[in-house]
Design a protein around this ligand. Structure first.
Ligand code: PLP
Length: 408
């Protein structure tokens, strides 16, 4: 048999999905599983979007233009404008979700052997996108003790090499919920200018900022406009992950021209789906603001629950709809498997995403896990009680201390 390509070995199995068989086995034993491992919104897709799909005057589903249908690009332009971001329709390419937009952006600015700085823990698929684009991700490691913030330029500069082409910034962050401060964004901007880099801004969670915090798109650095590539998506903000529509936007003509060649090679993005999201893009700001308030309630439920677990000092997620936490249990992957195989509380257990897969650096994140806020606050409170009981019961628990005393 011929062997597979060396690249095949660089693609990891999704750490988010790899516990799925154990979860299915738990369900077949009659255990209810709460899925905290995956960022699949639980709320319905807006009926306006579905109605738009049904009402589309389509009698022939032809290829759409590679750059996206003009009406769709105009809608994206209106969407950006509603958040104070100026991109004209000719500065936008419609993509198959943010996934395709990140892959194209990496390919255009660093493909074929360049390096891109990324804060870790990071969105796990960045690793696969980079592998597809033949890009090396160079991690700047953030620590839970610092609330997954990096502070200033020092850490960034230390990671730069002659091959560095860009910084990939996910703000607010999946998986940590970090919303980067003004000082941190200034640091990214300064380093980008001083080292002549692009900044790929993944802002798919842009408006999910908790506690009334300011929404700071990186596009505010208008003097860096030629360096900035924005990646966006309808998936999370409109509860429409399955629609597979996103975009890439930039003011850099050269970037857009080369990205368009990638778009042409894949011919087009689904015609009906580009159009069905138009009304939400144009008028969807109140809708996604409502979602943010709901995710904040859920964040509170998770954070308050984690605080009660002995040996856990949770970081308070500032945005997106995730948090990461460290547990006093050694390997979170073993723990997550044990939860599905051997543990339940009142017939219920939880499925978690082990932290290791969110790190580029091998061996980091072993004792961390990511929690997604994809259930109502009451279910999340119950889930944190299950987690608490599981940590106490786990045979691999590292800390033996008086949690009962602490709580009484
Ligand atoms: C940070 C981040 N970027 C990109 C994506 C991909 O989004 P899409 O569904 O638009 O491909 C996700 C999905 O979870 C994400 O969390």
């Amino acid at each position: 048999m011929p062997s597979l390509s060396p690249k095949s070995a660089t693609l990891q199995q999704s750490p988010i999905r790899k516990l799925a068989p154990l979860a299915r086995a738990a369900e077949s034993r009659g255990v209810e599983v709460v899925y905290l491992n995956i960022g699949q919104p639980d709320m319905p897709t807006p009926p306006e979007m579905i109605a738009e799909l049904h009402g589309l005057p389509l009698n022939r589903l032809a290829y759409a233009p590679s750059e996206g249908i003009l009406e769709a690009r105009e809608a994206w332009s209106a969407f950006f404008a509603s958040w104070g971001i100026a991109f004209g329709p000719d500065e936008i390419l419609v993509t198959a979700g943010a996934s395709e937009a990140v892959t194209f952006a990496l390919s255009v600015v660093a493909g074929g052997g360049g390096e891109v700085l990324v804060f870790e823990p990071c969105y796990t698929n960045y690793r696969s996108f980079a592998a597809q684009a033949d890009v090396s991700l160079v991690p700047v490691t953030l620590r839970v003790e610092d609330g997954y913030h990096f502070g200033g330029v020092r850490r960034l500069e230390a990671a730069i090499t002659p091959r560095t082409r860009a910084i990939l910034l996910c703000n607010p962050s999946n998986p940590t919920g970090t919303v980067y401060s003004e000082t941190e964004l200034d640091a990214v901007a300064r380093v980008a200018v001083e080292h002549d880099l692009f900044v790929i801004c993944d802002e798919v969670y842009r408006e999910f900022v908790f506690d009334g915090g300011p929404i700071r798109s990186f596009t505010r650095y208008s003097d860096l406009a030629q360096r900035i590539v924005v990646v966006d998506s309808v998936s999370k903000r409109f509860n429409a992950c399955g629609v597979r529509i996103g975009c890439m936007a930039s003011k850099n003509r050269e970037v857009l021209d080369v990205a368009l060649r990638f778009c042409q090679a894949r011919l087009s993005v689904a015609t009906a789906e580009q159009l069905m999201v138009v009304p939400m893009l144009v008028n969807g700001r109140p809708y996604s603001q409502g979602l943010c308030a709901e995710y904040q309630r859920r964040r509170d439920a998770v954070y308050n629950g984690l605080r009660l677990i002995d040996g856990v000092s949770p970081h308070r997620s500032e945005g997106s709809f995730y948090t990461m936490t460290r547990l006093p249990i050694g390997s979170c992957e073993d723990f997550a498997a044990w939860l599905l195989r051997d543990f339940s509380l009142d017939g219920e257990t939880i499925c978690l995403a082990p932290g290791e897969g969110f790190y580029v650096t091998p061996g980091l994140g072993v004792d961390e896990l990511r929690i997604a806020f994809m259930y109502d606050a009451e279910t999340l409170r119950r889930s944190m009680r299950i987690l608490d009981a599981a940590v106490m019961a786990y045979p691999g628990r590292l800390v033996e201390c008086g949690c009962q005393e602490k709580r009484s």
